[in-house]
Design a protein around this ligand. Structure first.
Ligand code: AMP
Ligand code: MG
Length: 492
């Protein structure tokens, strides 16, 4: 073990429950020290909510910790073992470039994983260098904080530190470490690993651990493992509905990137839709559109089925009975997704409750958006503020027809127009972290060490339902060239 951090009373309050699981689930691994680490961005609000002393840590000593150079008191760094289906193919994975420092108990009693991403090789690195380049770590910081602001369950970003260790990609790039905070890093792939290579007892220990950590109320129910599955199905149905509603494309929905908690994790080739295009794919490696925007709900269902398979031995001694129970639970995923999505869509249109004909109203709007290459976020924003002249289809006959149908549906509900407007404001973000904006913020930071754009962008995306004047600057759509050429990359 390396020297522990010399910052006294920084508020660290570790209790490392995952490290008490059977050793099969992890490998003790210290992060590799950086040369002259420097904090380039630090999330003071998040630090405070974790009970950390933000002022003390937003310093050179904090840079030591958040680059993996110093270990805070009470941390027990480990790399976690997991497997996963990557684009449909099952394989052994594990934290190849991350270490879990430990679990911080926040003042409100909540438990959070504090993970360093990009801090060097581990037992699971295979051919990789265990490192991360600065650009992609800044990208994860921006997008995850934006997702949190949008109200989408997600891991958070506490800090990015540059390491002064160059990372070899197509060229030499500045290296960095991201400190990621999540309610856990238990993945579908953690269960797949246990089911494939663990004993029954090890699988059971993992399931009991996940229940204790995320769904303790199921312990007293008749079949806790079936209830675990049902809870994960519900959380994932809520999550993917939120992705669809905000136009978020994860890009690499492998089972190792899906959490038991229902939080979004592993921001790699993700991006937000500008124009509404259901088949949109941004990722350079997603050649067949497996993880396209419109496929995300279906893929979530597929991933849940892989998770369910791992629980079969726990659900019932009789395999046939267990499979039937699991299948019945999985069968409800589609309905749950649809319900969550519908509730979100009606709110986006200012509708309270759901009436017959709402499906068609929503479908017709989406079709209009698709046909007219309308910007997804800005269209809903224009409807919220009744500025239809700002939409791509203003003045078009079929839009006028849709608009009148929508208005009469709104007029027919008992709630006031004001209440409806407030519902829309709270359901339609002023802005999303648009790809071209994210790229320019990262470019300024990486090439000129100018973090002002990034800070401004993070500030703007933090509270997207505020609809402030400052946010307007970030609502511009990309040029056709920018939109066409934008690609995202994995393994960065
Ligand atoms: P991801 O696409 O980020 O979910 O990563 C998939 C797997 O590749 C995980 O096991 C990662 O830990 C591993 N991995 C990604 N990048 C690297 C790297 N630079 N060095 C070692 N392992 C990596
Ligand atoms: Mg991953």
């Amino acid at each position: 073990m390396k020297n522990t951090s010399n910052i006294p009373a920084a508020g660290w309050n570790f209790d490392n429950s995952y490290a008490r699981l059977p050793e099969k689930f992890y490998t003790k691994t210290d992060p590799e020290p950086a040369r002259t680490p420097e904090l380039v961005i630090f999330n003071k609000e998040l630090a405070e909510s974790l009970g950390l002393d933000a002022e003390l840590l937003n310093s050179d000593s904090g840079a030591g910790i958040f680059s993996g150079t110093e270990i805070p008191e009470g941390a027990e760094p480990i790399a976690q073992a997991y497997a996963g289906h990557q684009f449909g193919n099952f394989t052994m994975l594990g934290d190849g470039r991350a270490v879990l420092l430990g679990e911080q108990l926040a003042p409100d009693g909540q438990r959070f994983d504090i993970q360093l991403k990009g801090s060097g090789k581990t037992a699971y690195s295979r051919g990789g260098d265990g490192r991360a380049a600065l650009g992609p770590m800044l990208r994860e910081y921006i997008i995850s904080e934006a997702m949190h602001g949008l109200g989408v369950p997600t891991s958070r970003s506490l800090a990015v530190a540059v390491t002064e260790i160059p990372v070899v990609r197509e060229s030499f790039l500045p290296g960095a470490v991201l400190t990621r905070v999540a309610s856990s890093h238990l993945r579908f792939g953690t269960f797949q690993y246990a089911a494939q290579w663990g004993t029954f007892e090890e699988l059971k220990a993992l399931a009991d651990y996940a229940i204790e950590r995320h769904y303790p109320s199921v312990k007293s129910l008749e079949n806790p493992y079936l209830e675990l599955l049902k809870n994960v199905i519900s959380r994932q149905a809520q999550l993917v509905a939120k992705w669809q509603l905000t136009g978020f494309i994860h890009g690499v929905m492998n089972t190792d990137n899906m959490t038991i908690s229902g939080e979004t994790i592993d921001y790699g080739p993700c991006a937000f839709l500008d124009t509404y295009e259901p088949g949109r794919v941004f990722s350079s490696i997603d050649h067949y559109g497996r993880y396209s925007y419109s496929n995300q709900p279906k893929i979530t269902g597929w991933n849940l089925a892989r998770f369910a398979e791992t629980l079969v031995p726990l659900i019932d001694k009789d395999q046939e009975v267990a499979v039937d129970l699991a299948q019945e639970a999985l069968g409800d995923f589609g309905n749950q997704f649809q319900q969550n999505w519908m509730a979100g869509m009606t709110a986006k249109l200012g509708l309270f409750g759901n009436e017959e004909g709402d499906d068609a109203l929503i479908d017709d709007l989406l079709k209009l958006m698709h046909d007219n290459k309308a910007d997804y976020t800005n269209t809903f924003r224009a409807l919220t503020f009744d500025k239809v002249e700002d939409t791509a289809f203003s003045g078009k006959e079929d839009f006028e027809e849709w608009y009148n149908a929508w208005k009469s549906r709104l007029d027919g509900q008992p709630e006031s127009a004001e209440a409806s407007h407030i519902l829309m404001r709270n359901s339609n973000p002023a802005l999303i972290p648009r790809n071209h904006r994210v790229e320019s913020a990262i470019e300024a930071a990486v090439s000129q060490q100018d973090y002002s754009l990034m800070e401004k962008l993070v500030e703007a995306v933090k509270n997207p339902y505020a609809h402030t004047v400052e946010q307007l600057e970030f609502t511009d759509t990309p040029t056709e060239d920018e939109a066409r050429s934008f690609k995202t990359y994995c393994g960065t």
